[in-house]
Design a protein around this ligand. Structure first.
Ligand code: GRF
Length: 192
């Protein structure tokens, strides 16, 4: 049974979905901690409502290696999931949790990745470029933004009428469907 920490900065609909998934399928893993850099982010309420402890760590405190690693050690965290987490993961964390940090990105990487490409910005760029499809990428995290090994991608078709909002809805649907399952199979495959 692996112990997951979710790092999130905003709304937290993916965080909530992952918490619920592992609460209902408790064989592989359990979400035992949510780490957030914004005290007023909706994800903090979502986690609290589901009984998952939340730790607020400011951008500056993320540089405090001893404090962050101690927190994760105390909670016996095996795997870190980034679900809408907007800070760069510092190198001490990618070293300590090598191949054990997973991110979701709302495009088909390497397209529409890198600095500044997050949330609605991604969908605006996809629509502006007239793409006929987009999707999600679930990947391992390294210290290079959006460049770690890809674990999974899923696509969705776009039409002329699509707007950044409608693309976001399509992407969220894919994220809800696949992210928890991909985390679960990642954990199961590592056991063999
Ligand atoms: C998701 O679209 C995720 O792919 C991106 O940020 C968004 C977070 O949404 N990295 P939420 O906070 O989980 O609702």
């Amino acid at each position: 049974m692996k112990r997951i920490a979710i790092f999130a900065s905003g709304n937290g609909s993916n965080a909530e979905n992952i918490i619920r998934y592992f609460r209902d399928n408790p064989n592989a893993a359990e979400v035992v901690l949510v780490v957030c850099n914004k005290p007023d982010a909706a994800v903090t309420k979502r986690a609290e409502n589901l009984g998952v402890p939340v730790k607020i760590i400011s951008k500056a405190d993320f540089q405090n290696q001893d404090m962050v690693l101690e927190l994760l050690k105390e909670a016996k965290i095996d795997i870190i999931i980034l679900a809408g987490f907007l800070l760069m993961i510092p190198p001490y964390l990618t070293e300590h949790y090598k191949d054990l940090i997973i991110n979701i990105h709302p495009s088909l990487l390497p397209a529409y990745g890198g600095k500044g490409m997050y949330g609605r910005h991604v969908h605006e760029a996809v629509v502006a470029a007239g793409e006929t499809e987009t999707g999600i990428t679930i990947h391992l995290v390294t210290d290079k933004c959006d460049e770690g090994a890809i674990l999974f991608q899923a696509k969705t078709k776009l039409t002329h009428g699509d707007t950044p909002q409608s693309v976001e809805t399509k992407i969220h649907r894919l994220e809800k469907e696949y992210f928890p399952k991909v985390i679960e199979s990642f954990i199961r495959n590592r056991r063999q």
